[in-house]
Ligand binder design. Structure first.
Ligand code: DGJ
Length: 543
């Protein structure tokens, strides 16, 4: 059978290139000879999460907050299976592993790791410690009820705030000890298998209603100089926080304090078992300025990403939790966190049908993964953030994306490390978009019938999505749902564009399997994606 264009670089070649990029011999798991440690690699501003030495795309789902008990797992796995997810994100709570100080019980970790293996699913474990949605609810009672030893923040008037102070060494030491014990245990049970591929130390750090701590320790630091590492990163001249940052001083100081704390926890954990680690953000308004009292001040929000980068080198990436339903807002969040120094990862997003199409936009930007929140059968709904009920059509909206990508997740991740990729999710008000692809452009339209050129009315509900990857100068991998994609020259310059060949096929066991060539009605009006899982390799030419 004729093959289209040049062969893709083999996954092995990509993995080897990525190792060279990291400038080190591939990290081996403890014990030697086993699968490589998971790690994040960067190449020319593109990223891959390497799992077992090869790029991996997280087709994830996060369980509900209180599903972190063995009795709940029978209600978690069916949801993961139904979604065709390859990764489960689930909490490990400080209160459950260290209910009494110094007495650790990791039976939950043992159970979830063992069952994940049975279900052939990877894990991202979420350490719910000092901060869970900014509060200390998941700390053990010996922490959250002992305000003397583990002090809460103080406001400017001297009143006690709900959140723990990032300036209490006692709290940091206790959290760090527990986290290190957890990571050490993980290394013991999973150091050669790597069922667990990433860890999230803390969850949505920051504080609501108070921009920073005013405890005596915080005040002393606030009056002192801004640390050099931050000055260097931002190219600022030395001075106090107020002198350097003016009206942003309180928030920047708080971000530095929390990020430094999280960094110490992460660094100590990595010292015993160096899994990739990320910090998730309860995001602020992506389009307008916002009073920091009204969002999670000090967490890795868009205005302080550089502060976090400077303070927390042990954190591999900063990740937005995106519950926005509005297309412009959603994309603006992605814009803020897609940076050459930050791998894009959406560790939480809404699990309502409207959120499913954003998968294409996210992975089209080269993200290492995507995970809707609250996918289990425990009966909880976080509507209006997510779906009011997890009915069949809600499951299917996400499952169809993962069914499409599961067979080629490794290949997509490998391509995204080497080549440019693009994504589109159907907007609400605009029914046609143009993606600039270098020499080429793709016009993506929604709601058209498959035949002819009537105006694009949009789908009855916005559900279209497209992902495109560059395979060669004139060759693209194209897939999507409920959308038409038409290629053309970005600038005609006296030439005419022509479709040289469109192959439909699939990746199976790492190789492209040809199914048929699309031509005639199937290409005359553009490439029409419906609800069928179809993957195309498109080669364009000119005459
Ligand atoms: C974001 C948090 O990170 C999650 O743990 C959860 O509380 C959701 N918000 C809301 O359901």
């Amino acid at each position: 059978m004729e093959r289209m264009g040049r062969a893709l670089p083999s996954i092995l070649a990509v993995a080897a290139a990525a190792s060279m990029l990291a400038g080190a011999a591939p990290a081996r798991a403890q014990g030697g000879g086993e699968a490589e440690m998971p790690r994040l690699v960067r190449r020319d501003g593109r990223f891959a999460l390497m799992v077992d030495g090869r790029p991996f795309l997280v087709l994830g789902a996060q369980a509900n907050n209180s599903s972190n008990y063995p009795a709940m797992l029978p209600m978690v796995w069916p949801a993961i299976e139904r979604l065709h997810a390859n990764t489960l994100e689930i909490p490990v709570a400080w209160e459950q592993v260290e209910p009494r100080e110094g007495r650790f019980d990791f039976s939950w970790v043992d159970t979830v790791v063992a069952q994940a293996r049975e279900h052939r699913v990877r894990l991202v474990l979420l350490w719910f410690g000092t901060w869970k949605n900014t509060g200390p609810a998941y700390t053990p009672e010996w922490v959250k009820l002992d305000n003397r030893r583990f002090p809460r923040m103080i406001d400017a008037e001297g009143a006690t705030h709900y959140a723990l102070s990032p300036h209490a060494r006692s709290t940091l030491d206790a959290d760090r000890r527990a986290f290190v014990a957890f990571m050490r245990h993980l290394r013991q049970i999973d150091g050669t298998r790597h069922t667990v591929i990433m860890v999230q130390p803390e969850n949505e750090t920051g504080t609501y209603g108070l921009v920073r701590d005013h405890s005596p320790a915080a005040e002393a630091l606030f009056r002192g100089p801004v640390p050099d590492a931050l000055l260097r990163r931002l190219g600022k001249a030395p001075g106090s926080w107020a002198q350097v940052f003016g009206r942003d001083a309180d928030e920047f100081f708080h971000a530095w304090s929390i990020a430094s704390y999280v960094n110490e926890v992460a660094q100590a954990g990595k010292a015993v078992y160096p899994l990739p680690m990320y910090a998730n953000a309860s995001v602020m308004d992506p389009l307008h300025p916002q009073d920091p009292k009204t969002y999670s001040s000090g967490g890795p929000t868009r205005t302080v990403l550089d502060v976090w980068k400077a303070a927390a080198p042990a954190i591999d990436l900063l990740a937005p939790d995106i519950y926005a339903r509005d297309h412009r807002e959603y994309l603006a969040h992605l814009d803020h966190y897609t940076r050459p120094d930050n791998a894009l990862f959406v560790p939480e997003t809404g699990n309502d049908r409207v959120h499913a199409r954003f998968f294409f936009e996210v992975i089209g930007r080269g993200a290492i993964g995507f995970a809707p929140f609250g996918f289990d059968l425990t009966g909880y709904s976080n509507a209006p953030l997510g779906a009011p009920v997890l009915d069949d059509s809600t499951f299917e909206a996400f499952a169809m994306n993962y069914r499409l990508f599961a067979p080629m997740a490794r290949e997509w991740a490998a391509i995204a490390l080497e080549h440019r990729t693009w994504g589109a999710a159907e907007p609400t008000d605009v029914h046609e978009q143009t993606l600039p692809l270098g020499r080429w452009k793709a016009t993506v339209s929604y709601g058209r019938p498959q035949f002819g050129f009537p105006p694009a009315p949009g789908n009855s509900t916005p559900r279209g999505g497209v992902a495109i990857a560059q395979l060669g100068p004139d060759e693209f991998l194209v897939t999507g749902y409920h959308a038409r994609v038409a290629f053309d020259l970005a600038q005609a310059a006296g030439r005419h564009a022509i479709v040289a060949r469109v192959e439909e096929g699939e990746y199976r066991d790492g190789a492209w399997r040809f199914r048929r060539v699309w031509n005639g009605d199937q290409t005359d009006y553009g490439l029409n994606f419906t609800a069928l899982p179809q993957v195309l390799r498109v080669r364009m030419a000119t005459y």
